[in-house]
Ligand binder design. Structure first.
Ligand code: F3S
Length: 398
């Protein structure tokens, strides 16, 4: 790989151990993927924050880097294993909380903004079209590439952190225009209304995509929340972390619809709902906010919960700055008065909840995939209205 003089100096250790180690990781990655050079980046989002995933070895690695490492660009974190303020109410054990806080402290020492969210673009880590960035979390990467038109590979935790500590990333994959062309056309005839309709569509497109880049037509005026839900599901079920929507996403106008075409009918959407929904109608856990809820979603949840009481454990996962906004607007009080709990900084997939619940109701196809694979829960997917109804009754009615 061709390195600049400054990159060579980082690699030789002239700027300390953390930058040296980081350049070693990035050069090794670049060689594997055939990158010719490094490219400067504007921002980073680091995954691998939950102590559940990192363990003791991961914590030691971070503490070592934090001795002399400082980030070069705006960097935020993916969700951690717990709400950093409200962890006791969510049933997180104290020994886990101690370890999780040590992880966050190590990131903070490196100059990272310790906002833990999979929607960094909603809380100030918002790239512009054409910016090169190094983000980790798959839904955020897919949203950034597709909806914003930024350029990022789906980084692992260590390679994203290495990019943050050096300000560069290897120039390959999604950073190159020639790799961003769509391969397969999905002609959407199904009617899409709710968040979970976009979740079901993401399942259909992802499972039919086979690691290609989808181009969708027939979708008009999706909301940002619908696009973030679609971003999370489509990459989880099998697409590359980029999609184009005719007349909606910024790069779609550069391309004609690909020749290979699949039509998405109303029946395909209904079959996707069936594939994502388990047997029975009991619900003992409701989780909203995958990806993390926006302020508009929190308003809708507050409207649905006003004057009601939830019967089962109900988590509303969101970024802490979004929750603060909801506090100011009075939504948080309505939500908490119902007995629902905020899960800021975290979510039901990265929190240590294995064995606590049997069946979950959610709006998100991505959540369905992970809670069934990791925790063996039965899943029910539906609109915000369906999920809040399940929270109040403990039953799934569709
Ligand atoms: Fe975010 Fe957790 Fe879903 S990280 S995308 S809320 S699985």
């Amino acid at each position: 790989m061709e390195l600049t003089e400054h990159e060579q100096k980082m690699l030789s250790g002239e700027f300390g151990n953390a930058k040296k180690k980081s350049m070693e990781i990035l050069v090794a990655l670049g060689k594997i993927f055939g990158a010719k050079n490094m490219i400067p980046i504007k921002s980073v989002q680091v995954a691998g924050v939950s102590y559940s995933n990192l363990g003791e070895a991961g914590l030691e690695y971070l503490s070592e880097l934090a001795k002399d490492g400082k980030v070069e660009v705006l960097t935020t974190l993916n969700p951690a294993g717990m709400d950093r303020e409200n962890w006791r109410a969510l049933g997180i054990p104290e020994d886990f909380a101690i370890k999780q806080n040590r992880v966050i402290e190590a990131f903070a020492k490196m100059g990272i903004q310790t906002t833990c969210t999979c929607t960094p673009y909603l809380i100030g880590n918002l790239p512009k079209r054409g910016d090169h960035i190094a983000w980790s979390e798959s839904s955020a990467v897919t949203y950034a590439n597709s909806v914003i038109g930024a350029y990022t590979n789906r980084e692992g935790g260590p390679s994203a952190l290495a990019a943050a500590l050096t300000g560069v990333t290897p120039n390959y994959g999604m950073h190159l225009d020639e790799n961003r062309k769509p391969d397969i056309h999905f002609k959407v005839e199904a009617k899409l209304k709710t968040l979970s309709d976009y979740g079901a569509l993401s399942y259909f497109v992802g499972t039919h995509c086979k690691a290609k880049i989808p181009y969708l037509s027939g979708i008009s005026n999706p909301t940002n929340d619908q696009l973030k839900t679609f971003s999370a599901g489509v990459v989880t079920y099998g697409s590359k972390p980029l999609f184009h929507v005719q007349g909606v996403t910024p790069e779609a106008a550069k391309y004609e619809p690909p020749v290979e075409t699949i039509t998405v009918t109303q029946k395909d959407l209904e079959d996707s709902y069936k594939a994502l929904t388990g047997p029975g109608n009991d619900v003992d856990f409701v989780s909203i906010g995958c990806p993390h809820a926006s302020i508009d979603e929190l308003k809708k949840v507050a409207d649905l919960l006003k004057g009601k009481k939830v019967k089962v454990e109900t988590w509303i996962a969101t970024a802490r700055p979004t929750k603060k906004k909801a506090d100011e607007l009075g939504y948080s009080k309505i939500i908490e008065d119902s007995g629902a709990k905020f899960a800021c900084d975290t979510c039901m997939v990265v929190a240590p909840i294995k064995g606590r619940f049997k069946s979950i109701a959610t709006t998100s196809a991505k959540a369905v995939y992970y809670v069934s694979a990791r925790f063996g829960m039965l899943t029910r997917i539906g609109s915000l209205e369906d999920c809040i109804n399940a929270a109040i009754t403990g039953k799934w009615k569709k």
